[in-house]
Design a protein around this ligand. Structure first.
Ligand code: ADP
Ligand code: MG
Length: 699
C-alpha cells in the first residue's frame, strides 16, 4: 500500500489502525497503487455547480436540484413519525428539509441562522417545496461552488465518497502520465490523449455532454475502453506466446490408419470438414501444443473430424483421449468410433464412472501400459488415478459442459518432460469441440489464447426442421400427432419439462409422462430414459431406440447433447419456456439428422414472460446455431451467455462487448503491432492496466 493515501486522509494520519482498515477497504476494491486509484473511474456524477433560487425550485418537482439558504426553523416532529424538519430560506423562497433518521448532532448543526447547501429531489409537500433526506453541507456565505461535476465512485461498504475523492485526487497529482500510445496512433484511431481523458472523467467541466458521460460514449470513455481492451488483447497474446514456449510432441504421420479410415467412411467429408481437418492437421505437426476450439452447429459432423485427428496421433505412435460430458454420449462415441477403428486394428479403451471395479482397473492398466491407443470416456477420466503412457492428443466434446479446471486436469495427465537433458515440459495437443457457437468477438475476448475452427456447413441431404410453438392446453392434439407419426414409421422424442429446483421432481415427472403416454398410446412402444437409470439400462433403452424397437422415447435432458439417431424425426418439448435458448437448440438438434422431414413441437404454458417469448420466437424463426447464439447473447448479455466467468471477462470493467465490438477489433490489431515493434510500451501498458488482474488469464 502506498504511503500517499495516508497523507491524503488528514484524520487518518493520527490513527494508524483506522488507516489500515481503510486501506483494507481500498484493497478490497482492487485499489492498491496510485494508478489503480486513477483508473477507478466514476459511476456517475452529481451536478453541484449550480444553486437554484428557491422560487424557481418550487416549479421543479421531481427534479434533483441544489438549493442554499439560511435555517429559519428546526424542529423535531413526532407525527406521523419522528423526524427532523428544517426550514431554510433564501431571498426568493422557502424549502423544507426532512430527515427521518437523524443524529442529535444534526439538530445542533441546523441551528437557526446557519447556512445550508442541500441537494436532493424536490417534491411538493404540505408546507410547499421539500426534500426528503437531501445530501447537504454547512457552508459560509459566499462559499464557492464547485466548477466541475462531482464524481460518484464505485465504493465498498464503509468507504465514504469523500475519502475516495481525496485519495484519487492525490493519486492524480503523483501518477506517471506517459501516454502508452504514440501521437500518430492516437490521431489515426481518433482517440483522446490518456491524461486528458482521465482528468476529464474525474472532473468533467460543466459544459461536458452529460448524456455521453452517462452512456459512456464520450471520447474520454472511448479512450479508457480502448486501453482496457488493448491490455486484454496484449495479455491474451502473451499467454499464447507462453503456450508456444511449452513443448508438445509433434504428430507428423498421416499414415496407414488415417488413410484407411477416411477411405472406409460411408460418406464424403464436406468442404467445411475438410478445411477444419486441414487446420487441425497442421497444428498437430507443431512442436508446441495445439489449443483449438472446433465449433460447428449440431449435426455438422464434428465427431468424424475428431476421430481423424485421433487417427493422426495414433499413426504417429501416440495415444489419444476423447472425453464427453454424459455417459450416453460417451457410449455413443465409443460405439461409433470403435466401430470405425477397431476393424482397422486400433485398440480402444472405455472408461466411465459406472464401470465395475474390475473392468475399470483393467482399462486403467491398458491405458497406463500404452496398450490402449484410443481412450473414450466421461469425467471418470479426470477423477480416477489414470495416467497415460504416451498421451499426444486430448479431445473434449461439448467443452462448455466442462470447467476450465477439468480440462486442465485431463491435459496434465499427459505431462512429461522431453528428456533429462532437455527438461522442456511436454503437454498434449488439445482439441475442444462445441455446438454452442461463440460469436467471434466473444471468442476473441473471453477465451485466453484459443484458435478457432468453424464447420459452417451441414452434410448434404438434411431436410430443414420445422418448428411449431403450441399452447400446452393443446397437448391432446399433440399426442394424436405423435400417434400418427409413429404409425408412419417415424420415431419420436418426447422431452419432459425441466425442473431445475428438484431432480426428484423431474424424475417423477418423467415417470408420470411415460405412464401417461403409454396409456394414451397403447399400440406404440414407449421407452423412458433419464439420468438416474443405471448405465446399462440407459444403454439398453438407447439401443432399442436406435434399432427402432422403441417408437416414442420419453426423455429428460440427458439426451440434450450429442445423441445421434437419424431415424428420429419428431420431437416434442414440454414446457419449452423453461429451457434456455442453447438448450432448446441442442435438444432440437437430435432430430433433422436423417433425410425425413423433421418437426419440433414446443409446448408452452401461458402466460409467457418477455424473455421466454423471445426465445420461442427465435426457435421458430431460425435453425442456424450461430444466429441463435447471436440472439441469445442479445437477450441475455455476455456474462450470462457464457455462464461461468471466463478468464478474459474478469478483466473488463469499462468496455461492453456488445456495444464496443468495433473497439475490440482495433485493439486487437494495435496489440499485434505493439508486440512486434515496441515491447517497452507493451510492458508499460500492461503494468498500468493489469496490475493484479493478469492472474485471471492463466488458463
Ligand atoms: P455433431 O457435430 O453435432 O457432433 P455428429 O458428429 O454427431 O455431429 O454428426 C451428425 C451425423 O452426421 C452423424 O450421423 C454423422 O455420422 C453424420 N455425418 C458426419 N459427417 C457427414 C458427412 N460429411 N456426410 C454425411 N453424413 C455425415
Ligand atoms: Mg457431437
Amino acid at each position: 500500500m502506498s504511503a500517499p493515501n495516508r497523507k491524503s486522509a488528514s484524520t487518518a494520519a493520527n490513527k494508524p489502525a483506522a488507516v489500515n482498515k481503510t486501506e483494507d477497504k481500498l484493497a478490497r476494491l482492487g485499489l492498491r497503487s496510485d494508478m489503480d486509484l486513477v483508473l477507478h473511474l466514476p459511476l456517475r456524477y452529481e451536478d453541484e455547480t449550480q444553486v437554484v433560487p428557491m422560487r424557481e425550485a418550487a416549479f421543479m418537482g421531481g427534479q434533483t436540484v441544489q438549493v442554499e439558504g439560511v435555517v429559519s426553523a428546526c424542529d423535531v416532529q413526532f407525527r406521523p413519525r419522528r423526524q427532523l424538519v428544517v426550514t431554510i430560506s433564501d431571498d426568493t423562497g422557502v424549502v423544507v428539509l426532512r430527515f427521518l433518521n437523524f443524529y442529535g448532532s444534526q439538530t445542533r448543526q441546523m441551528a437557526e441562522g446557519n447556512r445550508v447547501r442541500a441537494r436532493g429531489e424536490l417534491r411538493h409537500g404540505f408546507l410547499g417545496a421539500e426534500m426528503v433526506h437531501p445530501t447537504y453541507k454547512m457552508v459560509l456565505e459566499g462559499a464557492p461552488l464547485p466548477d466541475v461535476l462531482t464524481p460518484v465512485y464505485p465504493s465498498g461498504e464503509g468507504l465514504p465518497q469523500s475519502y475516495l475523492r481525496k485519495a484519487i485526487a492525490s493519486a492524480l497529482a503523483r501518477v506517471d502520465w506517459r501516454d502508452t500510445l504514440a501521437p500518430a496512433l492516437l490521431a489515426g484511431l481518433d482517440l483522446m490523449p490518456f491524461e486528458a481523458a482521465v482528468r476529464l472523467l474525474h472532473n468533467p467541466p460543466p459544459e461536458t455532454d452529460e448524456s455521453a458521460l452517462a452512456d459512456r460514449s464520450h471520447p474520454a470513455w472511448v479512450r479508457m475502453k480502448f486501453d482496457e481492451l488493448l491490455a486484454q488483447q496484449l495479455s491474451l497474446k502473451r499467454a499464447q506466446v507462453a503456450r508456444r514456449a511449452k513443448g508438445a510432441a509433434p504428430l507428423p504421420l498421416i499414415g496407414a490408419l488415417s488413410q484407411a479410415f477416411q477411405r472406409q467412411l460411408p460418406f464424403q467429408l464436406t468442404t467445411a470438414q475438410q478445411r477444419v481437418l486441414q487446420e487441425i492437421r497442421t497444428d498437430l505437426l507443431a512442436n508446441f501444443p495445439m489449443q483449438r476450439l472446433l465449433q460447428g452447429d449440431v449435426g455438422s459432423g464434428k465427431t468424424v473430424v475428431a476421430a481423424l485427428a485421433a487417427a493422426q496421433a495414433i499413426d504417429s505412435g501416440f495415444q489419444a483421449v476423447l472425453m464427453a460430458p454424459t455417459e450416453i454420449l460417451a457410449d455413443q462415441h465409443f460405439r461409433k468410433i470403435a466401430g470405425w477403428m477397431e476393424p482397422l486394428g486400433v485398440r480402444v479403451a472405455w472408461l466411465t464412472g459406472s464401470l465395475k471395479k474390475k473392468d475399470k482397473s483393467e482399462a486403467q492398466a491398458r491405458i497406463e501400459s500404452g496398450a490402449a491407443q484410443l481412450v473414450i470416456g466421461t469425467h471418470a477420466l479426470i477423477q480416477d488415478a489414470v495416467q497415460f503412457a504416451r498421451l499426444g492428443l486430448v479431445i473434449v466434446d461439448e467443452q462448455h459442459r466442462f470447467g476450465v479446471g477439468q480440462r486442465l486436469t485431463l491435459r496434465n495427465k499427459g505431462l512429461a518432460t522431453a528428456s533429462a537433458l532437455d527438461p522442456t515440459v511436454i503437454v498434449p495437443h488439445q482439441l475442444m469441440m462445441s455446438a454452442t457457437p461463440i460469436p467471434r468477438t466473444l471468442a476473441m475476448t473471453y477465451y485466453a489464447d484459443l484458435e478457432v475452427s468453424v464447420i459452417d456447413q451441414l452434410p448434404p441431404g438434411r431436410t430443414p426442421i420445422v418448428t411449431r410453438v403450441i399452447d400446452q392446453s393443446r397437448r391432446d392434439e399433440v399426442v394424436e400427432r405423435v400417434h400418427a407419426a409413429a404409425l408412419e414409421g417415424r420415431q419420436v422424442y418426447w422431452v419432459c419439462p425441466l425442473i431445475e429446483e428438484s431432480e426428484t421432481l423431474q424424475l417423477q415427472t418423467a415417470t408420470d409422462t411415460h405412464a401417461a403416454l403409454s396409456a394414451a398410446l397403447p399400440d406404440l412402444r414407449v421407452g423412458l430414459v433419464h439420468g438416474r437409470l443405471k448405465q446399462l439400462d440407459k444403454q439398453a433403452v438407447m439401443d432399442a431406440f436406435t434399432r427402432a424397437e422403441v417408437d416414442v422415447l420419453v426423455a429428460t435432458t440427458v439426451i440434450e447433447v450429442g445423441v445421434d439417431v437419424p431415424n428420429a424425426s419428431l420431437m416434442v418439448i414440454e414446457h419449452a419456456e423453461r429451457f434456455g435458448l442453447s438448450q432448446l437448440h441442442q435438444l432440437r438438434g437430435r432430430v433433422g439428422r436423417g433425410s425425413a422431414a423433421s418437426v419440433c413441437l414446443l409446448l408452452y404454458q401461458s402466460p409467457l414472460g418477455q424473455i421466454a417469448r423471445e426465445r420461442l420466437r427465435t426457435m421458430r424463426e431460425t435453425t442456424d446455431g450461430f444466429e441463435i447464439a447471436r440472439r441469445d447473447l442479445q437477450i441475455r448479455g455476455p456474462g450470462e451467455f457464457l455462464g461461468a466467468r471466463q478468464s478474459g471477462q474478469a478483466m473488463l470493467r469499462f468496455a461492453d462487448l456488445e456495444t464496443d465490438q468495433w473497439l475490440v477489433e482495433r485493439a486487437r490489431s494495435v496489440a499485434l503491432d505493439l508486440l512486434r515493434d515496441d515491447p517497452a510500451t507493451v510492458e508499460l501498458h500492461l503494468a498500468r492496466w493489469l496490475g493484479a488482474r493478469e492472474e485471471f488469464l492463466k488458463v
